[in-house]
Ligand binder design. Structure first.
Ligand code: NAG
Ligand code: NAG
Ligand code: NAG
Length: 237
């Protein structure tokens, strides 16, 4: 029994890598060509709004498979359905949401199936409205795949005027420093390069000249006649 199982194992392990690669490939290709249901609350899912204003909580859905009886829900500060603000079903790509229920005052549904938009408006916000809003969707057409995205709302007394001058100043300072550092490094490298070239030449020259005598360099002026030529070389460089 044991011998059999050990005999079978190598085959199994041999099969695994190819199976894994093919699975991975299928997955990658699948993701590449077909995006499963996704709820999108925008590139910047964060908003700072003044007390008393009305804000749009954006959310769109996307699914390459298409939708059928898509269920969506907005909830506040918790994905717990008990905290829901709005929910509804969308029968298909051509039908506006049905059974739309709004669970909270000041909430208005402004989405449209035409634009795959399930955004809501929150009227006359108060400080209690600050928090995390979750847009949840579930698509039975994708074996009940669900997805959610959050949007953070922060309620402020008044919009802070962002002092850009300091940021720009710091940025340009940092940029200038980096630029000058780069320039310095470039110049330094160039100088090092030149020096190394000069030294290389010197060494070459020293080897040729010192082949004769390296101890009496300064003393024997007649023997080191090739010396003047190497001395010229560094000056040229
Ligand atoms: C927030 O706005 C509401 C309506 O404008 C106002 O009644 C309330 O006093 C404001 N609260 C604060 C703390 O400013
Ligand atoms: C928002 O506040 C304005 C002014 O106070 C009021 O007229 C309006 O009915 C409020 N809207 C909602 C949805 O509460
Ligand atoms: C969704 O619809 C609302 C109301 O028409 C609109 O203001 C908003 O820009 C739309 N959002 C997206 C992401 O298209």
């Amino acid at each position: 029994m044991e011998a059999r199982s050990t005999g079978a194992q190598p085959r199994h392990t041999l099969l695994l890598p190819s199976l894994r690669t093919s699975l991975l490939l299928t997955l990658i290709l699948g993701v590449w060509y077909c995006q499963a249901l996704e709820m999108i609350t925008g590139k910047i899912p964060y908003l700072e709004a003044v007390n008393g204003s009305t804000v749009l909580l954006p959310c769109k859905y996307a699914s390459c498979v298409g939708i059928k009886d898509l269920y969506f829900r907005w909830s506040f500060n918790d994905t717990d359905p008990a905290n829901k603000l709005v929910d509804a079903w969308i029968k298909d790509e051509f039908t506006e949401p049905a059974h739309l229920t709004i669970y909270k005052d000041r909430v208005e549904f402004v989405g449209s199936t035409k634009t795959q938009n399930v955004s809501i408006l929150l009227w006359n916000i108060t400080f209690e409205d600050g928090g995390v809003y979750t847009c949840y969707g579930k698509n039975p057409k994708e074996k009940g795949r669900y997805h959610n995205s959050t949007f953070t709302l922060s309620v402020v007394d008044e919009l802070r005027v962002v002092d850009n001058t300091l940021t720009i100043l710091i940025a340009s300072c940092v940029g200038g420093t980096i630029a000058s550092l780069m320039g310095f490094v470039l110049i330094k490298n160039f100088i090092i390069f030149v020096i190394s070239k000069v030294q290389e030449r010197n060494k070459e020259c020293l080897v040729t000249s010192s082949g004769i005598d390296n101890t009496e360099n300064g003393l024997s002026g007649s023997k080191s006649t090739p010396k003047p030529t190497p001395k010229k070389a560094p000056k040229k460089a």
